[in-house]
Design a protein around this ligand. Structure first.
Ligand code: G6Q
Length: 563
């Protein structure tokens, strides 16, 4: 736990509750248990600690757990009221207490036909209407019926957005690329560094490009700056165009109609969503428009269906057989009792290469909080650092630290069995690596085995003994294996919903509001103060000497360049 400057008098009572204390006690007894022994003792361990959901398998047997551990973890979940809070979320209660909002990304994929109410209003007709609007629009673009100002169909779609209005649809487009339209390419511009949009625009022609300006608030500086640059590029490139022509090339996704109009986008070309959809949970809404155009509405609906099926599983499966709950409680076991600081997401599927970045935001922005729902200091660690990269590349880079470093880093390995590539030999190598890594992380290599291997390699005894300490692997590094038969839109939907619910469960156990993001808001505010000073060259605000020194250095360096 980092020391806090603002000490809140009130402390969250979590660590003194019966379920927490029981886990602490249990931890003291089992903390040195090696998984190799657990596997030796129980030949059925895989059967006992794995579950299937549709075409997905979760093997969590390579964790430092026993039946007793799981029982105590589920006791903690029950004590926290996970089931009650879950039902409140699904029924539209305003569980985002600091913003007074419902949390209803699940309504966006509610395929049950049942109503969901927010403030006594059934939101489902609006959700359905927006989906229909996306269907009609995407069909026109995909079929070439949507014609640009020069009479040509759209071949390139650029999503301009950031954070929740970028990462989700971007990741979905990469993941579902094998389902994509042959003649339409999708691009994502998020960074306000002009190099990002410049690079993109170099390859595009105004007459065949469609811009989607995606911003929940439509006030985000990065997005509006990029959108204005795109508009200027369009106007300069297109020559004499009318307002009608702009409407053919710019559409918006937002909750803020007034700001969309002010920007110059016709509300007819605006796709809506609602304040009960958090940015990082919005890929299921019209924020997914770029992905809809890319893979088609039918595939998007399949993804929603897959997510809905996971929602049903989460709502109905007992905690002990509930995938998101199991993953969440394992994370708490390592984060709060073993003091693991981070957790790695390692996809063995090239299509899922953006998943770690997406989950970084989903998880860390949701549970990176140090005050509980009641405004009391959280005296336990909360959201873990989530990081990762494509597994196979990581093996040749950072896995060294997983195998022989000093930290405990639980991992999620994610693999799909049926590859989208036709090269079966590649797929077999990929799968073997995934399997071998989880085994090695669990088993490690002890002294005897190491000595034997060196002997077998013909290394002389005195040399071998020097090497032995460096070649020992402690093992006992926990991992979950999530294996999907094939990464279809449906499977992707289930996978993402599973992680969303995992994050939810952890937030409930830590008694956090996982759905606000004051840290993001702070960044937006501070920037504006400094921008004013950078642009005017005048000082309006007080800063520490470092920030002031840096600001001055920037200004001086700018001047020199201009000279
Ligand atoms: C998400 C966050 C944040 C947000 C971006 C973009 O939950 O609040 O990542 O999505 O700051 O915000 P806008 O969509 O309002 O532009």
């Amino acid at each position: 736990m980092r020391p806090v400057r603002v000490i809140l008098n009130a402390k969250s009572p979590l660590i003194n509750t019966p379920a927490w204390l029981a886990l602490q006690d249990h931890f003291k007894r089992v903390k040195n248990t090696h998984m190799v022994d657990l596997f030796d003792e129980d030949p059925q361990r895989f059967d006992r600690y794995s579950i299937e959901f549709n075409d997905m398998l979760l093997d969590y047997s390579k964790n430092r757990i026993t039946d007793e551990t799981l029982k105590l973890l589920f006791d903690l979940a029950k004590q926290a009221g996970v089931e009650e809070w879950r039902d409140r979320m699904f029924s539209g209660d305003k569980i985002n207490n600091t913003e007074g909002r419902a949390v209803l990304h699940t309504a966006l994929r509610n395929r049950s036909g049942k109503p969901i109410f927010v403030d006594d209003e059934n939101v489902m007709p609006q959700v359905e209407a927006e989906l229909e609007k996306m269907r009609v629009f995407s069909r026109k673009v995909r079929s070439g019926q949507w014609i640009g100002y020069a009479g040509l169909p759209i071949t390139n779609v650029v999503n301009i957005g950031i954070g929740g209005s970028d990462l989700g649809p971007n990741m979905v487009c990469r993941a579902l690329a094998p389902y994509a339209h042959n003649n339409i390419r999708v691009h994502f511009v998020s960074n306000v560094d002009g190099a990002h949009i410049d690079h993109m625009l170099n390859y595009l022609r105004p007459e065949t490009t469609l811009f989607i300006v995606a911003s929940k608030t439509f006030t985000t500086q990065e997005t509006l700056t990029n959108a204005n640059t795109a508009k200027q590029w369009f106007l300069e490139g297109a020559g004499r165009v009318t307002e009608d022509d702009i409407a053919k090339h710019f559409v918006a996704v937002s909750t803020n109609e007034t700001a969309v109009k002010e920007f110059g986008i016709d509300p007819e070309n605006m796709f809506r969503f609602w304040d009960w959809v958090g940015g990082r949970y919005s890929l299921w809404s019209s924020v997914g428009l770029a992905s809809v155009i890319y893979v088609g509405m039918d595939n998007f609906i399949e993804m929603l269906e897959g997510a809905h099926e996971m929602d049903n599983h989460f709502q109905t499966a007992p905690l002990e057989k509930n995938m998101p709950v199991i993953l969440a409680m394992l994370g708490i076991w390592y984060g709060n009792f073993f003091n693991a600081e981070s957790s790695a997401v390692l996809p063995y599927d090239h299509s899922l290469r953006m998943l770690p970045a997406y989950l970084e935001q989903a998880d860390m922005e949701s549970n990176g909080k140090s005050v509980d729902r009641e405004g009391r200091q959280a005296t336990y660690s909360t959201g873990k650092i989530i990081w990762g990269a494509e597994g196979i590349n990581g093996q040749h880079a950072f896995y060294q630290l997983l195998h022989q470093g000093t930290r405990l880093i639980p991992t999620d390995f994610i693999a799909s069995v049926q590859s989208n590539s036709e090269h079966q030999n590649h797929s077999d190598i990929l799968a073997s690596n995934f399997l071998a890594q989880t085994e090695a992380l669990m088993k490690g290599r002890d002294i005897e085995e190491t000595r034997q291997q060196l002997k077998d390699a013909g290394i002389e005894l005195h040399k071998a003994e020097k090497r032995v300490p460096h070649m020992i692997f402690e093992g006992n590094q926990p991992s979950n294996s999530i294996v999907i038969k094939k990464l279809t839109p449906r499977a992707l939907g289930s996978l993402l919903a599973m992680y969303e619910h995992k994050i939810f469960v952890q937030g409930i156990v830590w008694n956090l509001n996982s759905y606000d993001q004051w840290g993001v808001e702070l960044g937006k505010k501070l920037t504006n103060n400094i921008l004013e000073e950078l642009e005017s060259g005048k000082d309006f605000h007080e800063h520490d000497s470092s920030t002031k020194g840096l600001l001055d250095w920037f200004r001086k360096s700018c001047l020199k360049e201009e000279d």
